[in-house]
Design a binder for this molecule. Sequence first.
Ligand code: GLV
Ligand code: MN
Ligand code: MN
Length: 418
Amino acid sequence: MNMEDRTSAALRIDGERLVARLAELAAIGAIENSGCCRLALSDDDRRGRDLVVGWMRELGLEVSIDPIGNVFGRRAGSAADAAPVMTGSHIDTVRTGGRYDGNLGVLGGLEVVATLNDAGITTRRPLVVAFFTDEEGARFAPDMLGSLTHVGGLALDQALATVAIDGKVLGAELTTIGYAGTAALGEPRAHAFVELHIEQGPVLNIEGLTIGAVENVQGISWQELEIVGQSNHAGTTPMRLRHDAGYCAGEIVHFVRSLAREMQGNQVATVGKIDLFPNLINVIAARATLTVDLRNTDEQLLLEAEARLAAFLLQLARDEGVKISTRSLARFEPVNFDQGVVRTIAEVSARLGYSQRRISSGAGHDAQMLARVCPTAMIFVPSIKGISHNPAEETAAADLAAGANVLLHTMLELASAE
Ligand code: GLV
Ligand code: MN
Ligand code: MN
C-alpha cells in the first residue's frame, strides 16, 4: 500500500456536514412533523434545485443541465477523457414526504466530493453527482421520468408533453422554473452508477444491520382507471337500479388487496388515489378515477396480477352497468443490478466494519434506469420502523454517515478502474 492508498483508506466523510445539508434542503418546502413537499417542477423544487446547484458550484463542480432538467455536477479526474463514475438520485418529493428519500443520495454524493476536496485527492476517472427530474412520478407519471429520458427510454418530446395531476404541462413548468437546460441529452454517459438511498422498508431496521447492498428492484405497474356510471338521487334510487362509480371504486380497492394476499410472495398492490365526481353526500357518484400500483420482483407474476385485475374489471363493468377504461401510467420490468458493483459495495462495507446483507428494493429508483446503460447498483441504509413517503421518515445519523462512507469508498474503487 503506498502513501496515497493509506491516506484514502482512512478517509471518512463528515457526518455532521451531511446532516446539516439535509436539514437545510428539508427547510425548503417544509411541512408539519419535519416532512417535505417539493413536488417535481414546483416553485419549491426550483428553490431546492437552486440550493443544491449552489453547493455544487461551491465544491468546484462543473454544472450541466439537460433539456429534461436533469442536473450533473462534474469533478475532473486525472484521466480527463475517461467516462465518469456517477452517483446521484432525486430531490423532488411526494406531497407528504420526508427529508431523506432521494435527498440522501444527492447530498451524500456532494459529501463524497467535499471529502475528496478536503483531502486533496484526484481520482483517475472523473466523478459526477447528479439529480434527476421527477423521480417520484407523484405529480407527472411515470416515476423516474428524468433518468428514463436520460437513458433513452422515453423520447424528449413525449417527456416534455407529460401532463401533471394539476393539468400543467411538464415542458412549460420546466421552463417556468428555469431548468430547461441545453446540455446534450444522455450526457455524460457513466462508466458506472451507484446510488445511496434509504431503504424505505423495514428489513435492515428489523435485522439490526447498517448497510444493504441492493441486488435488484421489483417491477412496477401503474394504471389509472376511469369508471363512468350514472349520477342519481341517493335517497330515491333503488339499490338494484344504481350504476354507482363510487361503489365500483371500493370494489377495486378490495379486489387488489385480496389479489395481493392470494398471490402472496412479493406481490404488493395499492390504490393510493381516488377522485369521485360530483363527490357529494346525497349524489350517487357518476364518475371515479383511481390509480392502481402493482409491484412484484417476478415479471411473470406481475403480468399475472395485471391480467387478473383486467378480468375483474370486465366482470365488474358488466355486473354494475358502468364503463371502465384503463390507462398505463408506468410499466417497468424488474431490474437486476450489476453483480460486480454489488460485490464492490459489499466488500467496501465489510472493510469499513459495517454489518450488511444483500437486499431487494421495493421502491423505484433512478438507478434502475441507469442500469440500462452502465454497471449499476445501490447502497441502502436503514429506515427506522421502515417508514417512508411520510414526514416521519427517519434514519439514524450514524447510518446516514455509514452509507455515505460506503458510497465514498465504492466510488474511489470504481474511479480507479481502467
Ligand atoms: C418511487 O419512488 C416509487 O417507488 O413509487
Ligand atoms: Mn427515492
Ligand atoms: Mn419516493
